[in-house]
Design a protein around this ligand. Structure first.
Ligand SMILES: *[C@@H]1O[C@H](CO)[C@@H](O)[C@H](O)[C@H]1NC(C)=O
Ligand SMILES: *[C@@H]1O[C@H](CO)[C@@H](O)[C@H](O)[C@H]1NC(C)=O
Ligand SMILES: *[C@@H]1O[C@H](CO)[C@@H](O)[C@H](O)[C@H]1NC(C)=O
Ligand SMILES: *[C@@H]1O[C@H](CO)[C@@H](O)[C@H](O)[C@H]1NC(C)=O
Length: 336
């Protein structure tokens, strides 16, 4: 039997028992997956701390088409970036899930993998074993791919490579053939082909150049979101996970795992005295460990439409070519 306990909205709940083999801070995509895998060993006790609520029954979470309505709600940490010098000093929202499942509960479910070059770079930088080969095996293990249905394949000419997909994992991947997708084979593919780009049959194999289909983390039968909660946690959840009991001031973990996201994990480390001494001292925190990289070096990318290309020097502006072709297609469709 598993020993897996979930504490949501930790300000309100506390436990009688206070010592665990693993205390996982953050019940997001990473924390829940880790908790479920670690609790497969029935001799180990695991507790997950989540600052937000469960999100159970929230249609904005389950219905992927409503995902944007989570932004700015209590399910979102509602972080904002500092004014961006190279973006006209605009202040951009940085949505981040504050609910069980974390980002996987409020994102728009677009599934993509990095490029093999990027994963191999992690190993080159010193993270032994973190390379494309091992990551590819791991992401396939987490995946339950639903091949596009016959009408999608015929009408939209969807292609995929079975070798790039797992079929037995917890995260469902499927294609939601919205009508807008017709633009892709009708306009985008021919336009890009005319510009010299070949179709990418399936971008899930570590190469992204060329037009390709983008799958969503959605269950095809119910059209509901597949995420860390539905894929990892709920299948193993037990009544034990419903917290109660007397309050305790501290939780002890033989292993403490911080999985509180890119933005909150460094914050917790810094509040614990782990970080750049100059930053910590300036806000009156005693330095426990001098680790200057904490809270630094974040690179984020603007949202793109999911199309990426390696450009030759001096290449044409693909953006304008696609934009005018799409506008042309839309105005003709609206007229007919
Ligand atoms: C869903 O999102 C809408 C728009 O943000 C909001 O008004 C509504 O309260 C949300 N529903 C839930 C259950 O949070
Ligand atoms: C369908 O896709 C395949 C593979 O990309 C391509 O060879 C073929 O020309 C496409 N057919 C149409 C009608 O676009
Ligand atoms: C897609 O198009 C079909 C036929 O034109 C239409 O019946 C259907 O409502 C459309 N679906 C969506 C989601 O717009
Ligand atoms: C592209 O041009 C830049 C600037 O002239 C040069 O540094 C770079 O090596 C070129 N890249 C390729 C792939 O030719």
């Amino acid at each position: 039997m598993r020993f897996l306990i979930l504490l949501v909205t930790i300000a309100y709940f506390a436990l009688a028992a206070a010592s665990f083999d693993y205390v996982i801070v953050g019940g997001g995509a990473t924390g829940l997956a880790l908790a479920v895998r670690l609790s497969e060993d029935s001799s180990k006790s695991v507790v997950v701390l989540e600052a937000g609520g469960t999100g159970f029954g929230n249609v904005n979470i389950t219905n992927l088409r409503l995902s944007r309505s989570n932004f700015g709600t209590p399910e979102d940490w509602q972080f904002v970036a500092v004014p961006q010098t190279h973006g006209g000093n605009r202040v951009q929202a940085q949505a981040q899930g504050r609910v069980l499942g974390g980002g996987s509960a409020i994102n728009s479910g677009m599934y993509t993998r990095g490029n093999e070059i990027e994963y191999d770079a992690l190993e080159t930088l010193g993270a032994k074993g973190w390379n494309w080969k091992s990551m590819f095996a791991a992401v396939k293990k987490s995946e339950r791919f639903f091949p596009p249905s016959t009408p999608d394949v015929q009408v939209l000419n969807v292609t995929f490579d079975p070798a790039f997909h797992g079929i037995a994992g917890p995260v469902a991947l499927s294609l939601q053939a919205l009508n807008i997708s017709r633009l892709f084979p009708a306009v985008v593919v021919p336009t890009l082909r005319a510009l010299g780009f070949e179709m990418n049959f399936d971008s899930n194999g570590g190469r992204h150049n060329g037009p390709s289909w983008n799958y969503l983390t959605v269950l095809p039968d119910t059209s509901t979101r597949s995420h860390a909660v539905s894929g990892y946690y709920l299948p193993v959840a037990s009544p034990l996970d419903n917290p109660g009991g007397s309050k305790v001031a501290t939780l002890n973990g033989a292993n403490i795992i911080l999985s509180a996201s890119t933005l909150n994990t460094p914050k917790i480390l810094e509040l614990s005295g782990v970080g750049d001494p100059n930053v910590l001292r300036s806000i009156g925190i005693d330095v426990q460990i001098d680790l200057q990289g904490v809270g630094a070096n974040l690179c984020n990318q603007p949202m793109s439409t999911g199309t990426s290309f390696l450009m030759r020097n001096g290449t044409v502006d693909v953006g304008n070519a696609i934009r005018s072709a799409i506008l042309d297609f839309l105005s003709r469709s609206l007229r007919s």
